[in-house]
Design a protein around this ligand. Structure first.
Ligand code: MSP
Length: 508
């Protein structure tokens, strides 16, 4: 059978800043989704990378007294290291200063130009450097950029323009025919509202800066950073160099983006693709911001939190669990250290960790250290099936928090089952058959729990899988078949061990 191809992208991050938990939020969510799909046998392509051109990077480098390329080299590595530390598995890490990207952008530009969607004109406008975007007067808040709340700059330039205005109807038709192409629903409405107001052409080249990809037909201009950046999604899957590969992987299944860059992805980008004769992405999914003390993180506000500091305290799985299960992927969410500790202790130390420990300890003690026969229709079977279908539903909607709740319901049900059947009492009463039956049910539930939560907390699940005496790697198992009830082999040697998630005390 030919595997289903599934491709997911994150935004490519500006290298003016090192990665904080806001950047990691999207990249981690994509990783969990891709791990889930890989376990279903999909051929997955997960792409992330860095956006290295534009005025913002040029200025950041100047401020440090280094060439932009050197600055980009230094910072791009910080992103790669952070993704490694969080055990995020990517299939490619693209940097917009790579030769392959220059080649793709050049080809893309030429196609749009040849198709008649680019013309020369003069532009005077209000520019926000952190956004790398122009704003109209009525879009400003008290004269400031609505996103960064800081002054914009008046810029007059001879530019090339992209005829965005010609695409309004085509975009509306596209979104009418593909209602799932912008998610969640509220974001779709926002995009439709924006298009219906009428679209203005935008300037897609700069002469005021040199840090960018030169236009193939006029080398005095460099490509506007957003026009260049968006093309990365095509570069990475072979656009311009490997037509067969590109045909296999394009269009992307999901572009995961923050709400601040929705317009670029759901208006500019599909129009640019149409202009180049290519298909728009299947879905742009926009999530909210991760706030700290109710505010967006920024260098100037000194409220940035870095993944490494939290990993040191919570471990990789503790980190991953919090940002996947405890922050909703859609609306804005506020990060709270206290909430992270509370939820870690409740869900990981108490529910997940204690369950694994109790069941393995009892099974080692009461069942001679091996798995007893698992009952085909044990009382936890329906719960295990509900956990899988709840997870399928949650992951399909990118509602990671709900996918996790469905899995944690099985953990809670198994804990409640133990309390109810009290295998220690059955054992004391000498009822070996009943003790083995109950513990067989619980061990099988643990097997399913390890499988379903592996995309979120891979290390604890790998260890649990091993302690259950299971061969191979938990994330090499194939769903849905592997999740079907009753597959833990009788006689597997079991192992007790240290707590999978030691309890944490909140630092004061
Ligand atoms: N370089 C552009 C994207 C180009 S994609 C072709 C860019 N870079 S960025 O580094 O400023 O932001 C990248 C992403 O990080 C955006 O989706 C943004 O929403 C996200 N986040 C930055 N801070 C964030 C939070 N505090 N919370 C959640 N996401 C955040 O824009």
């Amino acid at each position: 059978m030919v595997p289903n191809r599934f491709s997911v992208t994150t935004p490519i991050y500006y290298v003016n800043d090192v990665p904080h938990i806001g950047h990691a939020y999207t990249t981690l969510a994509g990783d969990v989704l891709c791990r889930w799909r890989r376990m279903h046998g999909d051929d997955v392509h997960y792409l992330t990378g860095t956006d290295e051109h534009g005025l913002k990077i040029q200025r950041a480098a100047e401020a440090q007294g280094v060439h932009p390329q050197e600055w980009a080299d230094r910072t791009a590595v910080r992103f790669e290291q952070t993704w490694d530390e969080l055990q995020i598995r990517t299939d490619d890490f693209i940097r917009t200063t790579e030769p392959r990207h220059y080649a793709a952008v050049t080809k893309f530009l030429q196609a749009v130009y040849d198709n008649g969607f680019i013309y020369k004109g003069t532009y005077e406008g209000l520019y926000c450097v952190p956004c790398e975007a122009y704003y109209a007067d009525d879009e400003l808040t008290d004269g400031n950029c609505p996103i960064h709340d800081r002054p914009v700059e008046n810029v007059v330039e001879e530019n090339y323009f992209f005829k965005l205005s010609e695409f309004a109807q085509r975009l509306l038709d596209h979104y009418e025919a593909h209602p799932e192409a912008v998610q969640p629903e509220s974001r779709r409405n926002e995009v439709l509202g924006f298009i219906k107001q009428g679209l203005r052409d935008f300037s897609m080249s700069r002469t005021s800066i040199s840090w960018g990809v030169p236009l193939p037909w006029d080398a005095a201009h460099v490509t506007y950073v957003w026009f260049d950046a968006l093309v990365n999604y095509c570069t990475a899957v072979g656009y311009g160099v490997d037509d067969e590969r590109f045909a296999q992987w394009w269009p992307a299944d999901y572009h995961l983006v923050g709400k601040d860059i929705l317009r670029f992805h759901a208006v500019y980008w599909p129009a640019m693709l149409m202009a180049a004769g290519l298909e728009p992405p299947k879905c742009v999914f926009a999530h909210g911001w991760l706030l700290v003390g109710g505010e967006k993180m920024s260098k100037t506000k000194l409220n940035q939190i870095f993944p490494h500091d939290l990993v040191a305290e919570f471990g990789v799985d503790g980190y991953r669990y919090h940002f996947v299960a405890d922050q909703r992927f859609g609306p804005d969410g506020d990060f709270s250290y206290e909430a992270m500790v509370t939820r870690y202790n409740a869900d990981l130390a108490n529910n997940f960790g204690n369950l694994a420990n109790r069941v393995l300890n009892m099974a080692v003690n009461y069942c001679d250290g091996v798995v007893p026969t698992v009952r085909e229709n044990g009382p936890l079977r329906a719960q295990a099936e509900a956990a899988y279908s709840g997870a399928v539903d949650g992951f399909a909607r990118l509602d990671f928090a709900n996918a996790c709740s469905a899995i944690w319901e099985l953990i809670r049900a198994t804990n409640a089952y133990i309390e109810d059947r009290a295998p220690w009492a059955l054992n004391k009463a000498g009822d070996a058959a009943a003790t083995h039956a109950v513990l067989g049910d619980c061990l099988e539930a643990l097997r399913v729990i390890a499988l379903l939560s592996a995309p979120v907390i891979p290390n604890a699940c790998a260890e649990l899988w091993r302690r259950l005496g299971q061969p191979g790697a938990v994330d090499d198992q194939r769903l849905p078949a592997a999740a079907a009830w009753g597959q833990l082999p009788a006689g597997n040697a079991l192992e007790k061990g240290d707590p999978l998630f030691p309890r944490l005390e909140a630092a004061t």
